[in-house]
Design a protein around this ligand. Structure first.
Ligand code: NAD
Length: 424
């Protein structure tokens, strides 16, 4: 008898509810392994921590932090840390589960984990951000480590935050442990190519999907939601392949340019202004209009739940690339499929970041570092191979790329589960 989890109350479109419905859809394709499916519906370990810090004005502020290890069956936990005012335990649980699927889909020797703090980091000074990061790292230090669980950057976290995490963990264990986090600065055991790896993976999977659709990237119209690390790196590579970036939306505004944005002009504006809003090389438009943009490729690279059923009916793209995690709710997925819009799902589309994180972890262990060319070539090869395997599975069962990715990944996770057996 499986008692329902008492600490989460998912709805159909909430992140954990979305994940559960994705698991329901894959069960018919798991054969004898289906008897282990319940292990995927429960995170292995869930940690909630209080993160108190002394603010610059002398007051004491408390933040809620999380680290969830969804599965450690295929290897150490692996997944980013998010700083955002909307972070909840349920969201972190879903993100950790998607990491299990993603890591298995590209066959990396990792389980899935994710962390986060419910905080608006834009309201903190650098000193406060450092204190928050160090205290959080200490609090979750009991379950992370180079062979236990390896955090990385996600929304609003970056290489500097990873450096503080690495330093704090290292101080606590009494030795330099570069392999405890990935996405570090290059001088601290970081990997070349990591910063842009997720965007590069979005481009590689998009390029392969476009080729199969007979869609020429040269002159293709691309709309991008989320212009941070993932969205801007992917847009840059599509731009280099000859595509026109005709609409961009981020938290600061929505802009369009029928001729295609000049990204060399736009990037400095984003760095200075903190977003695309106010950019003079395009025209501002209302946020909701973004979803009506006529385009060939839509890249969603912001947050979960952005493609709702209503927006799915209006999207005018042939191909949707999920740079973000969980951007499409299940009802919207069905609408897109009915309308013949091909979706390359998050669990393969944005796996480039964790793939190069894996390269970083391997390089840290061997203390031998590769060139950026080697990284990019290996990344391309892994992503192309993984996508082909998923595509073959989708064709074989006549299922969506999402369910096929779950089928490939769940088969690997549950086979490992069965081979390890239950202890005791
Ligand atoms: P980021 O913080 O660099 O960028 C986030 C972007 O989303 C920003 O442009 C922000 O303005 C925009 N945004 C936030 N709220 C928005 C809203 N309501 N409407 C429109 N835009 C909004 O983060 P990132 O690292 O680029 O991550 C983006 C997504 O990609 C997340 O879902 C993340 O989990 C996923 N992802 C990131 C990585 C990685 O390596 N960074 C890897 C895999 C998946």
């Amino acid at each position: 008898m499986n008692e329902p989890l008492s600490f989460v109350h998912p709805t159909a479109d909430s992140p954990w509810g979305t994940y559960l419905s994705q698991i329901d859809r894959v069960v018919p394709y798991l054969g004898r392994l289906a008897r282990w499916t319940e292990t995927l519906r429960r995170p292995k370990r869930t940690l909630i921590v209080d993160v108190p810090i002394e603010m610059d004005d002398g007051t004491i502020a408390h933040y809620e932090g999380y680290r969830v290890q969804h599965s450690l069956t295929r290897g150490p936990g692996k997944g980013g840390v998010r700083y955002h005012p909307d972070v909840t335990l349920e969201e972190v649980m879903a993100l950790s589960a998607w990491m299990s699927i993603k890591n298995a889909a590209v066959n990396l020797p990792f389980g899935g984990a994710k962390g986060g703090i419910r905080v608006d980091p834009k309201r903190l000074s650098m000193k406060e951000l450092e204190k928050l990061t160090r205290r959080y790292t200490s609090e979750i230090g009991i379950i992370i480590g180079p062979t236990q669980d390896i955090p990385a950057p996600d929304v609003n976290t970056n290489a500097q935050i990873m450096a503080w995490m690495m330093d704090t963990y290292s101080m606590n264990v009494g030795g330099t442990a570069t392999g405890v986090v990935t996405g570090k600065p290059i001088h601290l055991g970081g990997s070349l190519g990591r910063v842009k790896a997720t965007g590069r993976g979005v481009f590689v999977t998009g390029r392969e999907a476009a080729r199969r659709l007979g869609l020429n990237l040269d002159g293709a119209r691309v709309a991008v939601q989320g212009f941070g690390n993932v969205g801007s790196s992917a847009a840059e590579l599509f731009g280099q392949a000859g595509a026109k970036i005709v609409a961009i939306q981020d938290h600061s505004g929505t802009i369009r340019n029928e001729q295609g944005f000049d990204l060399a002009d736009l990037m400095p504006h984003v760095h200075e202004a903190g977003g695309v809003g106010g950019f003079k090389g395009g025209e501002a438009m209302h946020g909701e209009e973004f979803w009506d943009t006529p385009c060939d490729i839509l890249i969603v690279a912001a947050l979960e739940g952005q493609i709702t059923a209503d927006r799915a009916r209006r999207i005018r793209a042939k191909l949707v690339l999920e740079g973000a995690n969980g951007p499409t709710v299940p009802s919207a997925d069905d609408i897109l499929a009915d309308r013949g819009v091909l979706v390359v799902p998050d669990v393969i589309c944005n796996a480039g970041g964790v793939t190069v994180s894996y390269f970083e972890w391997v390089q840290d262990f061997s203390s031998f570092f590769w060139t950026e060319d080697e990284i990019n070539v290996r990344l391309d090869k892994i992503m192309v191979g993984a996508l082909k395997n998923i595509w073959d599975t989708a064709d074989h069962h006549k299922i969506s790329l999402r369910t096929a990715t779950f089928a490939v990944a769940c088969e690997r996770i549950l086979s490992a589960r069965e081979e390890r057996g239950l202890y005791p």
